[in-house]
Ligand binder design. Structure first.
Ligand SMILES: Nc1ncnc2c1ncn2[C@@H]1O[C@H](COP(=O)(O)OP(=O)(O)OP(=O)(O)O)[C@@H](O)[C@H]1O
Ligand SMILES: [Mg+2]
Length: 249
């Protein structure tokens, strides 16, 4: 029987008069890769923001592993093991990769004084090195992260999220703005995070080659409403999805 780690039921979110999400329902199966697609402005990021507690919702229910979380805020939800990355990367450009990794673990109980320099915990530093190696940034670990390419910054952001040991990771357009060579590397890392670390992934993506290859099932939003759900080949041949979105890609 499939376990669903995220269960969204009839969720609505308004920005003033704008209906960003209307009665959205979806389920994310444990241990799988699930996709979320749809035209610009269709409400994908808004839905992620609602799930991770970034803003209150205007109606509906959101469950994480059976627990109602729609009244919780980001830190509380992160502690439960549900995290997201951003459409725009959120790294500190003036810090090097190691420092960014160290400040990315507020959700795991660590004293600020333990994080830097000689006093940084050995186990934490080993984990930082391991994850920077995992995303291919070990050689660049002491470089100012603002000097990395945009693709490398996204890999760093992914490694920073992994520092929190998420059970479920929501990724908002992970491959946007990345050159094709790095995209393949990133896909490979995402797959390994799913297969080797067992992290459930829920991914917003405009790159159809990427999402159709990675995701087992895909949801498609249009105008803030759920338009369709199915396996990649089902969506690709769904006339509603073609008309609303795929026709333009
Ligand atoms: N903070 C906000 N205040 C007001 N309106 C907003 C806000 N955030 C999003 N919106 C509006 O809500 C709707 C959905 O936006 P959202 O960012 O969720 O779309 P999206 O599917 O992620 O688009 P994209 O593919 O361009 O990232 C849009 O009409 C947008 O203009
Ligand atoms: Mg968005």
């Amino acid at each position: 029987m499939t376990n669903y780690v995220i269960e969204v039921a009839d969720v609505s979110k308004y920005y003033g008069g704008v209906v960003a999400n209307k009665d959205i329902s979806l389920r994310v199966p444990e241990g799988k890769i699930t996709g979320l697609i749809g035209p610009n402005g269709s409400g994908k990021t808004t839905l992620f923001n609602s799930i991770v507690g970034y803003h209150p919702i205007d109606g509906g229910s959101i469950k994480f592993k059976g627990e109602e979380i729609s009244k919780y805020r980001v830190p509380q939800i992160a502690r439960l093991g549900l995290l997201r990355t951003f459409q725009q990367t959120r790294i500190y450009g003036n810090m090097n990769c190691i420092e960014n990794m160290l400040i990315s673990v507020p959700h795991r109980k660590m004293q600020f004084k333990d994080m830097f320099g000689e006093r940084a915990g050995k186990a934490i530093m080993e984990e930082v090195d391991h994850l920077l190696d995992f995303v291919g940034l070990y050689e660049k670990r002491k470089l100012r992260s603002g000097d990395l390419s945009f693709g490398q910054q996204k890999l760093l952001e992914f490694a920073m999220a992994l520092m929190n040991k998420p059970e479920v990771l929501l990724l908002d357009e992970p491959t946007a703005g990345i050159n094709p060579t790095l995209i393949n590397g990133l896909i490979d890392r995402l797959r390994r995070a799913n297969e080797e670390f067992g992290i459930t992934l829920f991914i917003i993506e405009h790159n159809m080659r990427v999402i159709m290859n990675m995701a087992e099932s895909i949801y498609c939003l249009a105008h803030g409403e759920m338009l369709a759900h199915g396996a990649p080949d089902e969506l690709q041949s769904d006339q509603r999805v073609i008309d609303a979105y795929l026709g333009a890609h």
